[in-house]
Design a binder for this molecule. Structure first.
Ligand code: FAD
Ligand code: EPU
Length: 365
């Protein structure tokens, strides 16, 4: 890696930059140029610099939802914008804002420390605030879209700063405008959230309910009895208790990228129509499913992969996590190609057995 001269506007370009520490799979790839963005004005200065002219661009937050398949022959913008604050309130909600480079989990913890519940179900999701709207992060009964107010972004094509509300972002399940039409064009610089004053707990997700029950009954066992879970649901857990429960559940089943490279769920949970669901259920009575408001049914991709016998299996330096079959891991020294070969083998088996095409969840570069 070598540093090249900084340009007016104090943008520092780093040439032949190693990205291993910037992607949670830990793939050992490099970028032709990289630039750390600490102030908004550095974004346009960087992309308009003659040395970056014509180069493809890649925005990176924590790199926890990307699969870097090879060296990147372009400019990587490392988002390091910081700051978080309460910006106002109305009759129903507090309005809080965080800059795109803030760590998501620390931001969630900060809201709770300020007595502002509402994001606790999304505790411990790796990555940055600015990436949260990209796939509308979700976990344990809550999607970010439900707490979203608006965001600011720089349109790299026009140079304009835009403000977008939820309808402009077109959030869906692990989806948004930014994964489709807006891809590679908008850089999110800050996000605002509405945290409800009339907060109520969201503790219905089975793992979370069990964990709360186990703590309430002092067993320390994540998988407490069904009766204990029902008791716990009958009392009202606070936001901090839900936060703690989510953190414990996640630590128990998801690998820590610092010790085992991964990007969380590798595939989306597939959604099928009622007829296909009925046919599958007849063949597979234990099928795990979640009815959707539109009559379709979401299936647990982890269960489908597990059922095909892939849980814990390895293929070269890549493997299927032994506690969560939806998570593919780098056992050490794997490349993007190794993980892709494993993903393709899994897709083939799931399609062969269930007639379902699994769609990858992370972004491929
Ligand atoms: P990156 O990986 O850096 O980027 C992801 C995408 O967003 C890329 O396309 C990038 O170009 C783009 N991007 C990033 N920042 C910006 C910006 N400021 N402006 C414009 N584009 C941007 N996700 C869930 O939804 N739920 C989970 O429960 C969950 N659990 C996970 C568990 C583990 C162990 C891991 C490793 C990942 C998990 N994820 C989960 C996925 C991941 O944490 C989220 O998608 C997260 O929002 C990614 O943030 P990041 O900053 O790392 O994004
Ligand atoms: N299951 C199995 N075997 C497995 C894995 C899962 O049988 O190996 C079953 C579980 O027993 C459970 C069901 O599948 O009945 C669902 O499993 P889990 O609760 O672990 O959730 P998931 O559907 O696998 C989704 C998200 C996660 C999120 C959790 C909790 C997607 C693609 N993934 O996983 O998000 O944390 O729910 O809400 O929607 C991510 O996006 O990266 C991510 C980790």
């Amino acid at each position: 890696m070598s540093e090249t001269a900084s340009v007016p506007g104090s943008v520092l370009f780093l040439a032949d930059y190693p990205l291993r520490a910037h992607n949670t799979f830990g793939f050992d790839v490099r970028a032709k140029l990289a630039c750390r963005i600490e102030r908004e004005d550095q974004l346009l200065a960087a992309v308009r610099d003659p040395r970056a002219a014509g180069l493809p661009r890649l925005v990176l937050g924590g790199g926890s939802n990307v699969v870097l398949t090879r060296d990147f022959a372009g400019l990587v913008l490392l988002i390091a914008l910081r700051g978080r604050r309460v910006v106002g309130e109305d009759a129903d909600a507090w309005l809080v804002e965080a800059a795109a480079g803030e760590n998501w989990h620390e931001f969630v913890a900060w809201t709770l420390a300020h007595g502002l519940p509402g994001l606790e179900n999304l505790a411990l999701i790796p990555g940055t605030v600015g990436a949260a709207p990209i796939q509308n992060i979700g976990a344990y009964g809550l999607e970010m879209a439900e707490r979203f107010a608006s965001l600011r972004a720089v349109d790299l094509a026009s140079g304009e700063t835009v403000e977008m509300d939820a309808s402009a972002c077109r959030f869906g399940y692990r989806d948004s405008f930014f994964k489709r039409e807006g891809r590679d064009r908008f850089v999110i610089t800050s996000v605002r959230f509405r945290l409800p004053k009339a907060w109520t707990p969201r503790a219905g997700y089975a793992d979370v309910a069990r964990e709360l029950a186990a703590r309430q009954h002092g067993s320390g066992n994540v998988y407490g009895s069904a009766a204990a879970a029902a008791d716990a649901a009958a009392t009202t857990p606070g936001a901090q208790a839900i936060f703690d429960a989510v953190v414990r559940v996640r630590r128990a089943k998801l690998p820590d990228p610092l010790t085992l490279g991964n990007a969380g769920s590798f595939f989306k949970n597939p959604v099928v129509d009622a007829a296909q669901f009925d046919a599958l259920l007849e063949r597979e009575p234990a099928l795990v499913s979640y009815p959707q408001p539109d009559g379709r049914v979401k299936l647990a991709a982890g269960w489908l992969i597990d059922r095909c016998g892939w849980k814990g299996r390895t293929l070269g330096a890549a493997a299927v996590h032994d506690r969560q079959a939806l998570v593919l891991v780098n056992r050490g020294g794997a490349t993007g190609a190794d993980v892709l070969a494993l993903a393709t083998a899994i897709q083939r088996d799931v399609a062969g057995r269930f007639g379902i095409d699994l769609e990858p969840e992370p972004i491929f570069i």
